[in-house]
Design a protein around this ligand. Sequence first.
Ligand SMILES: [Zn+2]
Length: 337
Amino acid sequence: MIKPETLLHPTQAGLYCPAGDFYVDPIRPVERALITHGHSDHARPGHGKVLATRQTLDIMRIRCGAEFCGSEQAIDFGERLVLNGVGISFHPAGHVLGSAQVAVEKDGMRIVVSGDYKRSTDPTCAPFEPVACDVFITEATFGLPVFHHPDPTDEIARLLTSLGQFPQRSHLVGAYALGKAQRVISLLRRSGYDRPIYIHGALSKLCAYYESQGIDLGDLRPATDDEQDAQGFRGAVIVGPPSAFNDRWARRFADPLSVFASGWMMVRQRAKQRGVELPLVISDHCDWPELTATITELKPGQVWVTHGREEALVRWCELQGIAARPLHLVGYEDEGD
Ligand SMILES: [Zn+2]
């Protein structure tokens, strides 16, 4: 059997498959790239050929422009392609709309690159599908035993409670533009919140795209400067990318209450530093129980850990009798935590 390192190994540009002559989520422009999902740390513009799911290709075009690559090829979940003798298939990762794990296979050796993934329920994307493999490559963004993410529905209930308690205050919800923002809106709708939700301009195209893919986000309106004075936003929910809340845009809302939806909100210090009044622990990554349960379920021969808190997860695997190593990949800053 071929050695896994021969099939796929880390390089300066990212994970590389010499036999297939392609990279997975390269951080530098390359001739051929397989892209797991649309977050900017994984999906960079400037590659020659890009292979990804239809939704990821659409999202890349929305975010990077029509010229985001030389040529594109869409692959369906479960479809199998052969590139220079290497079998390739994409499987749902449950991270954001279109997100995929990439399975790479040659001479009986199968490696699964999971990209970013999560196991908790998310109505805005296809759920993670376990794929049996010899080597499982996992992220470890929240790879420490202290990280336990609560039920996102309970976190949204805390936002609804705050809206009831402070009906005069605008609730400014910071959420990453791809995935988190749509998930928060969808969770609000599923919890029965049917008033208009105001969105920052940076979210409008992605929200419209999610809607075009059958994800109902309800009555969304632009939170623009001119349409409404500050009084009009009293008691309203306004969703925007976290960066928008530091600039002039945010200062126009009436008595704003700062909310931030992120897995990092488990760390009180981070919420404090950002001046977040209502931290919501809603993550698009696995927490520690999800990471370890996934590895237990898959029983891979080896685990490679790409980014995040690599050491703790590597140690945990070794204690379970599973060979593991950190890949020390750089350039992945978990845009959508
Ligand atoms: Zn991501």
